[in-house]
Design a protein around this ligand. Sequence first.
Ligand code: AMP
Length: 422
Amino acid sequence: MIKAIKGTKDIFYDEIPKWKLLENIVRSVMEKFHYSEIRTPVFEETSLFSRSIGTDTDIVSKEMYTFTDRSGISLTLKPEMTASVMRAVIEHSLNKKFNLNKLYYISPMFRQERPQAGRLRQFHQFGAEAVGSRSPLLDAEMIIIAYNILKKLGLKNLIIKINSLGVPSSRETYKKELRKYLTPKYEQLSPESQKRFENNILRILDSKNEIDQQIIAGAPILLDQLDENSLIHFEKVKKILDDLKIPYKIDPKLVRGLDYYTNTTFEISSSSVGAQSALVGGGRYDLLVEQLGGKSTPGVGFAAGIERILLACQNENLFDFSPNPIDLYVIVLEKQLSPTAFKFAAQFRLKGLITEIDYLDRSVKAQMRDANRLNAKYVLMIGGEEFKRGNVVLKNMSTSEQKEVNFSRIENIISLLQNKSF
Ligand code: AMP
């Protein structure tokens, strides 16, 4: 039997209301902050991601779904959205048309990671990008938007961590210091961190390995090396969050996986999910557009993992959906009336009533059972003597009251049901 690819998921029935709830909250919050939706293709030229995310990152070095199409072009399923949004901004000259572009998205992403709870190969993110301003207001806005969405879902056990990576020059000085500190300890580092020592030394700070963490505890701190402007910027971001009483912790080890960050980085995690506790990650990327060949344009953004957020909601028992009842079930008492039932149902449906009929040639008793299973508010029975008289029988399922009504004017039936006047 053909099965879904490992690390991918089918989403249906009971899961759908959760996704819709989350998506509705995302859209409503984003639109209040006046972000406009952007939808980009699922695949892009591979070089877009290698140039922006950086070849030394986990994503580019081992996680991308890359393939060559029939014309020999190397394509990659998008592993994250920032690069695609920036490509679109440059390609359509949006940064020339508008001084500031505030965009949001909800989209699938693809990374070939080892699947586990909260880590998939096709997963979904929502996120925002604000392109065109260096204002610390926007750094804070990203945190506020993401935090608001999570709070609106009802999540409680949230932790916001923020840090600043400064500008590349101070980061380079810091990297040298870190290298100096770690060199005598190289042999004790985990194999993963030894690899990072060579090609992405900052990421050692991210290591979850216990011995690495002990070593890192004594390492010099990047925040201590920030240049004046980055420090001022960071102070402003913190002040805005303080004023709005957004709780956060400063985590000088928060470096995040991608190469393109400058200044602010942040992460929102939840203690309600297991090892994969990061729900949201984001930060400022003032050099990215330039790196992709556009005119120098600052930007800031975040991405949030939908599956992980839903897992956190599940673990905090936030979901209690009972299936939506249907308005009406049309039952046929005689099989030959099935097309009539179908015609009636079509009219009810087009007038806005959620209507179901039997498609399986079931007995009257089985149709009634089905109506009960679907929590139908009303049942309409077609057939028998009543039908010969030009009438149908309506039954209110909560009171069990029945009423014979003429079906020549279907509007009468609809208004009876819509006004719940019986
Ligand atoms: P990143 O784009 O790596 O900064 O990730 C941002 C957010 O996306 C993370 O905090 C997770 O919530 C989510 N995420 C990243 N990778 C995965 C994955 N493989 N499976 C599920 N969610 C993910």
